[in-house]
Design a protein around this ligand. Structure first.
Ligand SMILES: Nc1nc2c(ncn2[C@@H]2O[C@H](COP(=O)(O)OP(=O)(O)OP(=O)(O)O)[C@@H](O)[C@H]2O)c(=O)[nH]1
Ligand SMILES: [Mg+2]
Length: 312
């Protein structure tokens, strides 16, 4: 799901201003035919149409772009629960839908009123009343529109994760996770010699036995459960909700700045709910003795690819 394409949400005032501006432009139309009554009716109902169309189109765009929670995977459902007020979100979408229906219904009844009226002043008065009632409806949802704009900005930080066999590369900052992603998938995500280079989830793809595999390189985690920021939270959700398989990256050289003891602790924290394969980064700069004494089973890049092919 791509959350980057939700268009900005305007305030009630902006929606109304644009609807009334368009109606005024339409009202200047000169080439209407018929007697004065037909012309004025036609002119006023055209303005009612334009106001209604403009407002309902804006509201429908909002409803079309924001996803319904039930249509999303459990990863996004949980992410939403953790980053926005879900019930206010749903209430806001409900309010937008309510306003859309109200404006439509009111349009129908005011157009027929216009068509039943024979006095110029009364026809004008009907239009004015319509504008007033429509404004009041749209103003009523102003807080909802504001909240949806806040949600939109939060959703822009959501990663685009596809539903397919997924591998999560996990480990401390600076151990070599992104380097492994690039080597596995041929992607060119940023690698650098300092911690927290990766600030959002990097995705790479490759095909194994004709099956497409998604590899997610999550920002280096310190796994402090008590104070996870938005992106660490996403990393934890990728690991627990999305991944079919985890590759835990160890840096035995400790050049990353994290001791073996700490790396072991984090490794044990992951548990064994899903398969975890160990990859040793920076073998070329690691002491041979350290390599020999490393107790856990681990895999080379080539072996990892074979394991993945057998599981996916
Ligand atoms: N010599 C050597 N250096 C490596 C190897 N793998 C990674 N590095 C270096 O280690 C540093 C960190 O690598 P990254 O792939 O950016 O590490 P990361 O785990 O993604 O780091 P964060 O995104 O900050 O969490 C970079 O300077 C890499 O060039 C390796 O196998 N050998
Ligand atoms: Mg990285």
């Amino acid at each position: 799901m791509n959350f980057q394409t939700i268009p900005p949400i305007e305030s009630s005032k902006a929606v109304l201003d644009s609807a009334f501006r368009k109606a005024r432009e339409k009202g200047r139309q000169k080439n209407l035919k018929g007697n004065w009554l037909q012309i004025i009716r036609r002119k006023e109902s055209l303005k009612l149409d334009i106001v209604t169309e403009t407002i309902t189109a804006r509201l429908e765009t909002i409803l079309k772009h924001f996803p319904l929670t039930k249509d999303l995977s459990s990863f996004y459902q949980k992410l939403m629960k953790l980053t926005i007020d879900l019930s206010l979100y749903q209430k806001s979408l409900g309010a937008v839908n309510w306003a859309r229906q109200q404006v439509r219904a009111m349009h129908g009844s005011y157009v027929s009123k216009t068509n039943r009226t024979t006095e110029r002043e009364k026809i004008k008065h009907i239009s004015t009343e319509f504008y007033g009632r429509v404004s009041s409806i749209v103003k009523q949802i102003d807080d909802n529109l504001k909240y949806l704009e806040t949600v939109r900005k939060t959703m822009r930080t959501y990663p685009d994760i596809k539903e397919m066999f997924t591998i999560c590369i996990y480990g401390f900052p600076n151990v070599g996770k992104t380097t492994l992603l690039n080597n596995l998938t041929g992607s060119t995500a940023k690698v650098a010699a300092y911690a927290f280079t990766t600030k959002e989830i990097n995705a790479g793809y490759f095909t194994s036995n004709g099956k497409k595999i998604q590899v997610l390189d999550v920002p280096g985690t310190l796994a402090r459960q008590d104070k996870l920021n938005n992106i660490e939270l996403q990393a934890e959700l990728v690991r627990t909700e999305v991944a079919n398989l985890i590759i835990y990256v160890f840096d035995l050289s400790e050049q990353s700045g994290y001791s073996m003891q700490k790396q072991e602790q984090l490794f044990h924290k992951i548990g064994s709910v899903k398969p975890v394969f160990i990859y040793l980064a920076k073998e070329d700069i690691t002491d041979q003795e350290k390599m020999k004494n490393f107790a856990h089973k681990h895999y080379s890049l080539k072996e990892l690819k074979e394991k993945i092919a057998s599981l996916a």
